[in-house]
Design a protein around this ligand. Sequence first.
Ligand code: GTP
Ligand code: MG
Length: 293
Amino acid sequence: MNDELNEGTGAPRAEVTEDAVARHPRVALMGEFSAGKSTLSNLLIGKSALPVNVTATQLPPVWISYGDDAPYRLSVDGAEVDVDPSLDGIAVQDTKYVRVFHEAKFLEFCDLIDMPGISDPNMAAEVWQRVIPEADIIIWCSHATQAWRQSEAAVWGTLPDEFYEKSLLLLTRMDRILSERDQQRVIKRVKSETRGMFREVLPVSLIKAVEASGDPDAWAASGADVLIANLMNLVDEVASGQTGRRVSRVKSEQPSATLNDAMGERVVEKPKRIVMPARVRPRPLVSRTPARS
Ligand SMILES: Nc1nc2c(ncn2[C@@H]2O[C@H](COP(=O)(O)OP(=O)(O)OP(=O)(O)O)[C@@H](O)[C@H]2O)c(=O)[nH]1
Ligand SMILES: [Mg+2]
């Protein structure tokens, strides 16, 4: 885990009321099981807040916001019930979502909703479907080695197309594709198959991003810098109303500090209104060696 992401922000703590929470754009992380959704959540907030497993995680959607309140779950009948911070033993079918709070820099800009995998036979689709209306932005995580399966395309096709301009497709586990030529092939194929359905298709190795630990070259080579830049630009647009929200909400106050502080100055591009990185085009994951022909 990257220590720089763990540091306290020093910024005044946001008041955790429903209104304050509602001001933030909500970023849902979706995809097949083990695609890296929880690894990405933990990377973004700089804490091991969510279990990362090789087998499918049996958790309902976990909605993470800024703050230090105790976690609770919202049952499908609307009751708020305290849960153990380990998030063990939560009744999945009976829970609409779990609310978790962390004082992490990233969460000053947006909320995260870590969804269960889409095609887990032990998890009914309605477990994640009932939370989709809460999301403003979707980051879809797809294993690079088997990217954009029919099952993924089928689920994406069921979601409102208003998400298309507000969503990123991440090709995760790029480290599992060894040659740059093969990496580029996958990126090209998936871009072609998903044209018009995502704002960007971005390759990333979340494991390498976690391991980068303050090394800017390793961080960039993982694809994390381009991912963060694109994501923060999107969050900025949604928060400022340039790109529509699903539900109209009170406009956010300007955050008091920049995500760049938390990310160790690694995501600095041309600053915009709220000192977030400008949108940049994705670069090849490993761009330092020329591609073989
Ligand atoms: N090699 C490699 N492994 C990764 C990468 N990202 C995640 N993993 C591993 O993949 C496994 C699953 O990661 P998770 O983050 O739990 O995946 P998830 O999408 O949250 O899975 P579910 O919650 O079960 O749907 C873990 O063992 C991670 O360490 C990556 O970029 N490269
Ligand atoms: Mg998970």
